[in-house]
Design a protein around this ligand. Structure first.
Ligand SMILES: [Ca+2]
Ligand SMILES: [Ca+2]
Ligand SMILES: [Ca+2]
Ligand SMILES: [Ca+2]
Length: 251
C-alpha cells in the first residue's frame, strides 16, 4: 500500500517555499572581493581623477574575455576602482580602446553593441535572477553618459537619473568617473517615492563591471568583464547576479 499522501496544504507550502540556499550556492565559485575605502570628500565627476579619494583605492583589472576573439592591449584594456560616501558609490574606470564607437544614437537601441561601460550592482548581495526585476541593476553607461537597463516591463529604460557619468580622453586612455545612487530591490519604475539608500561602513553588495568594445562592427566585437564565468553562457551577467563579486565598504 502506498503511504498516506501529503496534504494539499503541505504540497502547496513545498511548492511556494524555495529551499534556503547557502551563499556559495547563490553565487558562482571563485568570486572577487572588492574593497571600497570611504572617500572622505566626494569626488567631482568630471573625467579627471585628481581627487585624494581615488589614491586610497586599489585598481582592479577588467580582464576576463566573455565574448569575441583574443584582442591586443591596444584594442582594449581596462581597470577600475571604487570608493563611497554615505550617499553614493563612486567608480573610476581607466580604459584603452583604439576606436570609440557609438553607432546607435538612440540610447535604448542595441546599447550593448556600442562602446559601453557596464556596471552591475546588487544592493543586498542576494545573487539570483535580475533580468526583468530590480534584484540587481545592470547600468549600461554609454559614451553620451546615459545609464540604460531593462525595466520590469521588460523594455530598455533610461536610468540616467541614478548615475552621474563623465569621461575624458587623457593621453592614450579614457578616464571615466561615475557616481551611483544605490537602490534596493523595492525600486519601482516610474515611482515617485523611490529613495536611494544611505550607506554605512561594513555594508556588502554584489558588484561586477564589464566593457563592451566595438570598433565599427554591426555587433560588439568583445565583451570583457571583471569576473570569471566558470560555466554556462559567459555573457549572462545581465540576467544572473550570482556572477557578481562582493563589494565591501570600508572605513
Ligand atoms: Ca574628478
Ligand atoms: Ca577597441
Ligand atoms: Ca538583490
Ligand atoms: Ca571601441
Amino acid at each position: 500500500m502506498p503511504g498516506k499522501p501529503a496534504s494539499f496544504a503541505g504540497l502547496l507550502l513545498l511548492a511556494l517555499s524555495p529551499p534556503a540556499l547557502a551563499d556559495d550556492v547563490r553565487h558562482s565559485e571563485g568570486r572577487s572581493i572588492y574593497l571600497a575605502p570611504h572617500a572622505g570628500t566626494q569626488p567631482v565627476i568630471d573625467g579627471t581623477a585628481d581627487e585624494a579619494a581615488w589614491a586610497r583605492a586599489q585598481w582592479r583589472d577588467i580582464n576576463y574575455r566573455w565574448l569575441g576573439p583574443p584582442h591586443t592591449p591596444e584594442d582594449f584594456s581596462g581597470r577600475f576602482k571604487v570608493v563611497w560616501t554615505e550617499d553614493r558609490i563612486y567608480l573610476l574606470g581607466e580604459f584603452v580602446d583604439d576606436i570609440l564607437y557609438d553607432a546607435h544614437r538612440n540610447p535604448l537601441v542595441q546599447y550593448w553593441d556600442d562602446d559601453t561601460w557596464e556596471i552591475f550592482l546588487d544592493e543586498d548581495h542576494s545573487g539570483g535572477n535580475h533580468q526583468f526585476n530590480h534584484n540587481a541593476f545592470a547600468y549600461h553607461l554609454s559614451l553620451d553618459n546615459r545609464a540604460i537597463d531593462i525595466g520590469t516591463d521588460q523594455k530598455a529604460r533610461d536610468y540616467s537619473h541614478h548615475v552621474e557619468s563623465r569621461w575624458r580622453q587623457q593621453d592614450d586612455r579614457i578616464v571615466w568617473e561615475v557616481a551611483i545612487d544605490v537602490y534596493t530591490d523595492a525600486y519601482v519604475d516610474g515611482g515617485s517615492d523611490n529613495r536611494p539608500m544611505k550607506l554605512e561602513p561594513g555594508k556588502t553588495m554584489g558588484l561586477m563591471v564589464a566593457y563592451c568594445d566595438n570598433d565599427g562592427s554591426e555587433l560588439r566585437e568583445n565583451f570583457i568583464g571583471s569576473e570569471s564565468v566558470p560555466s554556462g553562457p559567459k555573457d549572462r551577467g545581465w540576467i544572473d547576479a550570482g556572477l557578481f563579486g562582493t563589494l565591501t565598504l570600508t572605513k
